[in-house]
Design a protein around this ligand. Sequence first.
Ligand SMILES: C[S@@+](CC[C@H](N)C(=O)[O-])C[C@H]1O[C@@H](n2cnc3c(N)ncnc32)[C@H](O)[C@@H]1O
Length: 293
Amino acid sequence: MMTAQREFTEEKLGAAMKMTAASFGRFAKFITGELGIKMSENKIPMLESRLMRRLRQLNLGSLEEYQDYLFDSPNGEQERVQFIDAVTTNKTDFFREPQHFDFLTRTALPSLRRLYGAGTSWNLMLWCAGCSSGEEPYTESMVLSEYARENEGFDFEILATDISARVLDHARLGIYEESRVDPVPPALRQRYLLKSKDPSRGLVRLIPQLRRRVSFHRLNFMDDDYRVKGQFEVIFFRNVMIYFDKPTQEAVINKLCRNLKPGGYLFVGHSESLAGLRIPVESVGSAIFRKPV
Ligand SMILES: C[S@@+](CC[C@H](N)C(=O)[O-])C[C@H]1O[C@@H](n2cnc3c(N)ncnc32)[C@H](O)[C@@H]1O
């Protein structure tokens, strides 16, 4: 039960959490400038509820106090990492939009093999851009491991990037609640997932052989230069640019494509459209693009 003191504090904090248009404007300017994410006033309730938690942790009494802390205090720079964690939407799943993984193994990999894997060995490079808490790059790691079982000489590395430090920490651990892995086919669950020794915890972990193929790094798509070394045969950039406006989408895709090999594939989310963007890839399937050879 809530104590009277706590109830009073929550009530006071609730009132202080009502965001004024000026406060919203300042947060929105920072979010759009720093992350590229479009903001409109219908996001106010979401922002209020996400920041409420942070204010409680910091023991601050109002959003104005929080803005001073975030933008004007010596701790501001550090706090911006937490703020970005709070305002990004990290929804993801294992085997999300599964048709893409069928296309990858049935069409993209055989075609790429003819281009780049003609010798005895072939090391494919895949970039999972906007990887959230790791479900997507680990799905790719399972799918490519399956391909490697049937294709001698094939190996791969996955670069996985995101702006949110919190989701990257989770991703590096590679530990998930058991219910999260429901979409993983049973045979792959058996091969690539370890159950926790204490079954009451209901946790699973990806096996080390799968985890070590994926390296996680913090990267902001708004940076001018991503400073990513290497050229990739495949880039997954799914369900990220939906939050950006058209000019930002165009700029980000052009920057990503600097690291895409000729003949390489770009996968985007099924609800995202690249229509009208000046980008160096052409459509080859549903939410699938390819750089001309
Ligand atoms: C909805 S999740 C999509 C995750 C995964 N790609 C999928 O399709 O399941 C979007 C991710 O993009 C990241 N993101 C948003 N803006 C970003 C930016 N400017 N730079 C890098 N990552 C960003 C968020 O932190 C979030 O984890």
